[in-house]
Design a protein around this ligand. Structure first.
Ligand code: 13P
Length: 216
């Protein structure tokens, strides 16, 4: 469904509320961006709770991350360099979501990728989720660390930091974040029960065929 700019701002606020209510972000953590055109991107402002935003909070930047529009008192997210690298390398991407969900971030702290094929839907929706090496937030270190993963993945864990997802539109990018966190929680709990049994290589291959056929 095509949305106008104001509706997209409302959707960003709605997704921010969901992230906050689902404990994917604490305090002022996380950020969201949406591509409007090749040179216009909406993004959440820096230093606000993503659980309490209204459309006037949302800022607009160009493809280089330069400010185009912001209401008084709001500046674009400090992590826009990371978001812009995703759009630069993946012209098909329409939205990027960054959060610090508890289980996914725990794996990011431990440096363990979400790569064990333990649940069919996780393989279908995400494939495998690697860990990008640590970078200092707000610097070029993070975009440089995630770049190698952008072409072949839908999501990446940021070492000692959180998770980053991207997709064609905002709802899809947010759903990737939910899937990452669900997969991380399943993997964590299955490990508590012993060694998680993995789906056989033959069945993983079939899941990847379905992924390909469905264009996921
Ligand atoms: P911003 O408020 O600047 O978007 O930063 C939040 C965050 O989570 C940094 O990683």
């Amino acid at each position: 469904m095509a949305r106008n700019e104001y509706e997209i701002k409302e959707q960003i606020c709605d997704i921010g509320r969901r992230m906050y209510n689902r404990k994917m972000v604490a305090a002022n953590d996380g950020n969201i961006s949406v591509k409007l055109s090749d040179n216009e991107f909406l993004c959440t402002p820096t230093g606000v709770s993503k659980g309490f935003m209204t459309p006037e909070y949302i800022c607009k930047v160009d493809a280089k991350g330069n400010l185009l529009e912001a209401n008084e008192g709001f500046r674009p997210s400090s992590e826009m360099k990371m978001h812009m690298r995703v759009y630069e390398k993946r012209p098909d991407v329409g939205a990027v979501v960054h959060a610090h969900p508890v289980f996914a971030t725990s794996f990011a702290i431990a440096g363990i990728p979400l790569s064990q094929p333990i649940m069919a839907e996780a393989v279908l929706s995400l494939g495998s989720v690697p860990v990008a090496p640590y970078g200092t937030p707000s610097t070029m270190e993070i975009p440089d660390a995630v770049e190698p993963y952008l072409e072949h993945y839908n999501a990446v864990l940021l070492e000692h930091h959180g998770a980053l997802t991207w997709s064609g539109d905002l709802l899809a990018a947010y759903m990737k974040m939910e899937s990452v966190e669900f997969y991380a929680e399943l993997l964590y709990r299955a490990r508590q029960l012993g060694s998680p049994r993995e789906i056989s290589p033959e069945n993983v291959r079939k899941l990847y065929e379905v992924r390909k056929k469905m264009g996921w």
